[in-house]
Design a protein around this ligand. Structure first.
Ligand SMILES: CC(C)(COP(=O)(O)OP(=O)(O)OC[C@H]1O[C@@H](n2cnc3c(N)ncnc32)[C@H](O)[C@@H]1OP(=O)(O)O)[C@@H](O)C(=O)NCCC(=O)NCCS
Length: 190
């Protein structure tokens, strides 16, 4: 079934819509937010194209990145997004990523959103293993993976040429049975 929406206590995980444009552009063009990301910023035309593509994208298509909008229920505004991609060659494995606008850091929103997405994704896509990769300098990112109960499985030295230098990266992972043991599943789909 196509993804529509998930809810947590404070958040709504949903598809991007046209009304997200300005808030999406604001955090995508924040240099602090872009610092450890594969992008530098985004133009209005690129942001429109992104939103139009993501409105109809199919979650769980191997090799295709799917971006889930994170909305704060209290204000009904976009505060960030989760990235999700099923492995091209093995559809029981997937990668996640996450971004929050700076004003929403330090409040547990990323943990809440990614926990909700993984509860859903492990079930909906019959996943066996989920990974995430972080620059070793990006403490907030790998602290989140630690909080999520993911295991640091790899420390790769200068394995990516990134914004003018070689960077070290951590690979984190969690298996389905480990996730389900730690997070007895509730069906949050609406
Ligand atoms: C990675 C990123 C999403 C992490 O955000 P974050 O705010 O650190 O993570 P959370 O939203 O889970 O918040 C956790 C923090 O909120 C605190 N917190 C406050 N209220 C809380 C609550 N009700 N529940 C849980 N935690 C709460 C926690 O103690 C923790 O604080 P700490 O960092 O001082 O330990 C954020 O830093 C980001 O968007 N960075 C830029 C983009 C990026 O680099 N993404 C990763 C690319 S690999």
């Amino acid at each position: 079934m196509p993804f529509t929406m998930l809810e947590t206590e404070r958040l709504r995980l949903r598809r991007f819509t046209e009304s997200d444009l300005s808030l999406f552009m604001a955090y995508r063009n924040d240099p602090e937010i872009a610092r450890y990301q594969g992008w530098e910023g985004i133009s209005e035309a690129e942001a429109w194209a992104f939103i139009i593509e993501q409105r109809v994208a199919r979650s769980g298509t191997p090799g295709e990145g799917f971006q889930i909008a994170i909305e704060l229920k209290e204000t009904e505004t976009l505060i960030g997004d989760c990235f999700f991609k099923v492995n091209t060659h093995d559809k029981r494995q997937a990668e996640i990523g996450y971004t929050l606008a700076r004003a929403y850091h330090g409040k547990g929103y990323a943990t809440e959103a990614v926990t909700c997405w993984l509860n859903y994704a492990f079930q909906a896509f019959h996943l066996h293993r989920v990974i995430a990769i972080a620059d070793c300098e990006n403490h907030s990112s790998y602290a989140l993976m630690d909080r999520l109960g993911m295991r640091r499985e790899g420390h790769f030295i200068q394995n990516a040429w990134f914004k003018g230098h070689w960077c070290d990266e951590y690979l984190y992972a969690i298996l389905r049975n480990e996730w389900l043991r730690a997070h007895p599943v509730e069906d949050a789909s609406r």
